[in-house]
Ligand binder design. Structure first.
Ligand code: PLP
Length: 439
């Protein structure tokens, strides 16, 4: 293309922007997966990012989920500006954007009869845990191995640590500083392990406040529930009075406007959502049945509270209302599904042609390439994806201007500004990268 070669991932060079950042920000960044890249991105538009040297990349990271329409969507930005210029933060009373968005979510999401907003997925999962404990009077929480639900102590177990191996204990805390008593109350089950799930409910069912699940796992790539697994989870939660929480922070407004629950047909009691709802603006929330959400109150010993200066910020609400409107008026999901399907089909074909041992899967706009023969069904299997092959694949894609996650279990996604031509060009790059992976 005549463009300069793009830098690879790895430790950055001296005298760089990274050095300046590192001198004042621990590691130079404020979130884990931003480490390890040489790139410093300074411009984003539609399907593309540009680094500070002017190199263009097609973005299949999309900020780990939020960017669904495309970077810098003008219609969304104008809606945000209009909101800011009309009435910014007041901290008093309901806001029009808030009840309008809640009405819309109740219309499209099966589990939603009431909706409350907060600022991040971590927040949403934390409030879900508080609410479930307040409702049930129980302490324990069940979650699945490898699934990430943010950093609140209630769920920060059995995922995220870069030193986890397929053999690591299920209930390894995600980092230091988490409260051992809270972490000790988390019961971790292998995803798609029917017997393990039944056994966990036999042992702990009546002590569990909540069961958290990504109904379609994205924390270790793309791993669907085995037929009947979500139904079993639903049945056991109902039997033992456990609040079933779907973490739809990645799948909500991405797999479908109503979330993955509108596809799989299993309805949780509570849904945590975030990311794609506002195309990059800071918004997350909880949706649930009247019975569960009705238990949210303020400042009493009996009720759980949702509270925050920036909860339901008018900027984010304006972005979300406009994003959801565009999703419907522009038939965004038809575009996302068509491009995503073509990408998966093209990668599978390239895998077959190059003879590399790899398995490709995904849903809608998202996919994952595992460097192993079979698709994984759980975290341990996903972690057996060949890291060295993946590193070569990733480095080759990056050098060709294709931005994807830097670790072998990373899920990737396109946004609706990605053209058919972008996808075809990426598939050419994938062919080269698979050859590099083969070594
Ligand atoms: N849950 C899932 C499934 C996620 O993927 C993430 C973030 O990647 C979170 C929760 C945490 O969300 P946030 O980063 O907005 O706190």
């Amino acid at each position: 293309s005549g463009e300069p070669a793009r830098p690879a991932t790895g430790d950055s060079t001296e005298g760089s922007t990274w050095d300046r950042a590192r001198s004042v920000v621990p590691r130079g960044v404020s979130s884990g997966h931003r480490v390890g890249w040489k790139q410093v991105f300074v411009r984003a538009s539609g399907a593309y990012l540009w680094d500070e040297d002017g190199n263009r990349y097609t973005d299949y990271l999309n900020a780990w989920g939020p960017i669904v329409l495309g970077h810098g969507d003008r219609r969304v930005n104008e809606a945000v500006l209009a909101a800011v210029n009309t009435c910014d933060l007041t901290g008093v009373g309901p806001q029009r954007g808030e009840y309008e968005l809640a009405e819309k979510i109740c219309e499209v999401m099966p589990s939603a009869q009431k909706v409350a907003f907060c600022t991040s997925g971590t927040d949403a999962a934390m409030h879900a845990a508080h609410l479930a404990r307040a409702l049930t009077g129980r302490l324990k929480v069940l979650k699945f191995h490898g699934s990430y639900h943010g950093w609140s102590d209630h769920v920060a177990v059995g995922s995220s640590r870069s030193d986890l191996t397929p053999e690591s204990a299920l209930n390894t805390p995600n980092g230091a500083g988490l409260h051992p008593a809270v972490v000790g109350d988390v019961v971790v089950v292998e995803w798609n392990d029917f017997d393990g799930l039944r056994a966990a409910f036999t042992e702990h069912g009546t002590e569990l406040s909540a069961a958290f699940a990504e109904a379609y796992v994205h924390s270790f790539g793309c791993v669907e529930a085995a037929p009947g697994f979500l139904e079993l989870l639903r049945e056991l939660c109902t039997r033992d009075g456990v609040v079933l929480v779907f973490d739809e922070i990645k799948t909500g407004f991405r797999a479908a406007i109503g979330g993955y629950q509108s596809i799989c047909g299993v309805t949780p009691d509570l849904t945590a959502f975030g990311k794609a709802v506002a195309n990059g603006y800071t918004l997350a929330g909880l949706a649930g049945s009247d019975a569960v959400m009705g238990h949210l109150g303020a400042y009493t010993a009996e009720r759980a509270t949702i509270d925050g200066t920036y909860n339901a910020s008018p900027y984010a609400l304006a972005a979300a209302n406009k994003t959801l409107e565009i999703m419907e008026t522009d038939d965004v999901f038809a575009t996302l599904y068509a491009r995503g399907a073509r990408m998966r089909e093209g990668i599978r074909k390239a895998v077959a042609e190059t003879g590399v041992e790899a398995a490709v899967t995904g849903i809608g706009s998202e996919w994952c390439v595992y460097f192993r023969r079979e698709l994984p069904t759980n975290f341990r299997e996903a972690m057996q994806s060949d890291g060295e092959r993946y590193a070569r694949y990733h480095a080759s894609l990056l050098a060709q201007g294709v931005l994807e996650p830097a670790f072998p279990t990373g899920d990737r996604r396109l946004n609706a500004a990605t053209t058919e031509e972008d996808v075809e060009k990426t598939l050419e790059c994938v062919r080269v990268a698979l050859q590099a992976a083969a070594g």
